[in-house]
Design a protein around this ligand. Sequence first.
Ligand code: ADP
Length: 256
Amino acid sequence: MIRDLTEWKRAERRVEASLRSLEGTNRQLSQFASAIAHDLKSPLRIIRSYADFLEQDVGASLPEKQRSYLEGIGAAVRLAEEQLSGLMRLARIRESELVCRKTRLGPLVRKLVHTAASSDQARIELGDGWPTIITEPLLLRQVMGNLLENALKYNPSEKRAVDLGWVRLPERHIELFVRDNGPGIPAEHHEKIFQPFRRLHAQSTIEGSGLGLSIARTAAERLGGSIRLRSKVGKGSTFYVRLPEEGPQPDGSAEC
Ligand code: ADP
């Protein structure tokens, strides 16, 4: 049987060209965001310095209302600086070259838990038998660090508890999970919270740049993996990180 594949080949080339063009546009957007974030840092630093000068020179003599204005400027500038740093980190994750290596996940997660536990009273349980995989340890630390930080930060329970564990999946993949006994997240927000600056908690109650989960998802995807969430209001949240055991695949978003 003979089949004419000319049209099929042509369509394949068109798809490849569109993909390349999309990657180029994404890279440009990322570089643009990074350049703007970098340029905005300087004027923000100046605003913060002037606010500090005012505070030092006349802060003590100001009426309470005007003092609160100054504090408001300081807090807003700090948040903007944190958001710009987050945007730059996001761009770096997208653009940087990956250096993957054999990584023992046991020591990696134990270190994170140790750091978190030194400043937090929550009960943090760690599964055992953690595997060794090929990955970029700094990016993975960023993913798991952000999820662990959120599990503790957005958890007002009296007895806060966080479990970290892992399971082996088919096709040489593993899944790490971070489970908390916090308030849970309504289903309609499960995807939205991964978008930059989407927050369900007001800045006045719990501080954050609104970029933690976007950074975690971007980093997981760069590692050839993905993140999903299972959560019900009142039943806590579990974030799952799926990763290839042998590093990002050559046809994926990154090479190692
Ligand atoms: P931030 O960097 O400000 O902490 P994130 O991007 O990490 O923000 O998270 C986005 C929003 O998702 C948070 O404002 C919070 O409302 C919600 N969230 C994230 N993790 C959890 C969690 N474990 N439990 C409940 N809510 C969460």
